[in-house]
Structure formats: C-alpha cells, structure tokens
Write a protein that binds this ligand. Structure first.
Ligand code: HEM
Length: 147
C-alpha cells in the first residue's frame, strides 16, 4: 500500500515547486559547473526555486520508465531524502507526513474493501493545474463499482 501512495506522490507531487530565500551568502554543494557537480554561490536575498516535480521525473534516479506508474520500482530503487520530496526535507519538512500517509492508506483500503472495480471516467489525458499546489485540472472523474 505504501509503495502505491509514494509512487503517486512521486508522479503527481501535491507541492510540485517550493522556494527558499537565502538569508545570508551561501553555497549549494552541487549544481554548478559544466557537469553540475561544482558548488553554486547563492548571494544573500536570492530566491531559490526548487522543482520537486522535475526531480521526481528524473530518469537518472527513477529509471528510463520514469513516467510509468510502477509501484514495484520501490523494491529496487532507494532515492535519498533530497531525491524524493513530496513532504519536503530538512528542518522545514512536513510535520503531517505520517498522518497524511496513514489516512490515505485507510481510505484506499476501505474503498478496496467495498468496491471491486475502479474506472477512470475522464475522457482527457491527465493534466495538472499548477498553483501553490498541483491537482488534476479536469477534476477527479472516477467511478467505483461492485462488479
Ligand atoms: C498529502 C498530504 C501532504 C503533503 C503532500 C504535504 C507536503 C508538505 C510540504 C511539501 C511542506 C513544505 C516542506 C518544506 O518547506 O520543505 C509541508 C509543510 C508542512 N506541513 Fe504538510 N503535507 C501534507 C499534509 C499535512 C498534514 C495532514 C499536516 C498536519 C496535520 C501537515 C502539516 C505541515 C506543517 C505544520 C508544515 C510546516 C512545517 C515547517 O515549516 O516547519 N501537512 N507539507
């Protein structure tokens, strides 16, 4: 169950982009130079915008089939805390992560218990509506059936 949830959060992170402001001159350890392996100088006051969506869709981390919904990939990949960031990382990481994952698992388990078939009723391919958070632009058009 957890791999289904984390794989969903990987492909469709609720917060696709987050930002920080440098309060003092600082250096990011990598990302600079020709191969992005050198440090990057970040002067005080700089806005640093991080695309978690891009990291979650990086084939170097998740494999060539990165766009596929394959929960089983978590059996053989081990992204570190800055490669998989649906809840952020570091000192300001989400405090509600365990609560969110337990509640989502509970809802999915109860739906699976009650219904046998889940059908997509969206005629369009998935499209993201990106504001502060990201959600389906076309709404959540699904049907649950007993048979
Ligand atoms: C799927 C559900 C959720 C997702 C994807 C999510 C994601 C995030 C992310 C990305 C951040 C920002 C981390 C950062 O700035 O580095 C955050 C912060 C936070 N979240 Fe969540 N969150 C979720 C649910 C919740 C819930 C249920 C609660 C509380 C009941 C919660 C409480 C917080 C708090 C208090 C912060 C601010 C932490 C700080 O700045 O020190 N979140 N969340």
């Amino acid at each position: 169950m957890q791999v289904v949830l984390v794989n969903t959060l990987r492909l469709y992170p609720v917060f696709p982009v987050l930002a920080r402001v440098a309060l003092k001159d600082t250096k990011l350890p990598v990302g600079g130079g020709k191969n992005q392996t050198e440090p990057v100088f970040v002067p005080r006051g700089t806005n640093v915008i991080m695309s978690y969506y891009a990291i979650h869709h990086d084939a170097n981390i998740y494999g060539d089939d990165v766009e596929e919904f394959i929960p089983g990939r978590w059996d053989h990949i081990h992204p570190d805390q800055y490669q998989f960031l649906p809840f952020g990382a570091g000192q300001r990481a989400c405090l509600g992560q365990p609560k969110a994952l337990v509640e989502a698992a509970y809802v999915v388990a109860r739906l699976a218990e009650r219904y046998e078939i889940l059908e997509c009723r969206d005629k369009e391919p998935w499209e993201g509506e990106i504001k502060l958070t990201c959600k389906s632009a076309n709404g959540c058009k699904v049907a649950f059936r007993k048979e």
